[in-house]
Write a protein that binds this ligand. Structure first.
Ligand code: FES
Length: 203
């Protein structure tokens, strides 16, 4: 085979490879019922149980002490393995709403928990409590999330079709002393949602 033939062949295979990649991407984008949980890095669904809301300082969050209009990063579900527990797909923004959005009552209604994985391209967003912001903001391409419902309202994530415009969430309960717990999650678009993919808002 001449040098020219062989380089033409290489070019062709590179092109074919790129086409294949493009095809796979398109197939994923248009497959509505992909069993995401089977291959996406969502936390294992088999061992989910009620868990304490543990703050970065190691204490359990309490409705009587957690500041209004404030957020911390929490991990769920925890495995006890430090490397696994650092996965972005286990990181959540635990938010106490600002007063004007209902953050003052000393009960679970004052709190929200959303997956930190942005629904656009999986950067990590966070809550900004400053006056004029009070919303989730993703540093990568500017998507912004409404903290009351977890829905993107600005940026590329807001242009995605449901359920990929609403963040996965966790639901809470409090004991008689105000200590907060995460209720066992179901990674389903009609329940807690799927981290990195989204959630249908309940009507
Ligand atoms: S990854 Fe968040 S806006 Fe693109």
């Amino acid at each position: 085979m001449s040098k020219q033939d062989s380089s033409a062949k290489n070019t062709l295979s590179r092109r074919d490879f790129l086409k294949l990649l493009g095809g796979a991407g398109t197939a994923l984008a248009f497959t509505p019922f992909v069993p995401w949980g089977n291959f996406m890095p969502n936390p294992d669904t088999t061992s989910l149980s009620k868990a304490k809301v543990i703050l970065p300082d190691g204490t359990q969050a309490n409705v009587n002490t957690f500041p209004v209009n404030h957020s911390e990063v929490i991990t769920y579900p925890k495995t006890g393995d430090r490397v696994l527990d650092e996965e972005a797909f286990r990181k959540w923004q635990f938010i106490r709403l600002p007063p004007e959005l209902g953050g003052e009552p000393k009960d679970v209604s004052a709190f929200r928990v959303y997956s930190m994985v942005c629904l656009h391209l999986w950067c990590l967003w966070k809550y900004w409590p400053q006056e004029g912001r009070k919303r989730g903001e993703c540093p990568c391409h500017g998507s912004m999330y409404n903290v009351l419902i977890g829905k993107a309202f600005v940026g590329p994530a807001s242009l995605q079709a449901p359920p990929s415009n609403v963040l996965a969430t966790l639901y809470l309960e409090a004991d008689n002393d105000g200590f907060l717990f995460i209720k066992p999650a179901k990674w389903d678009v009609n329940e807690n949602g799927i981290v990195g993919y989204g959630r249908f808002l309940k009507t």
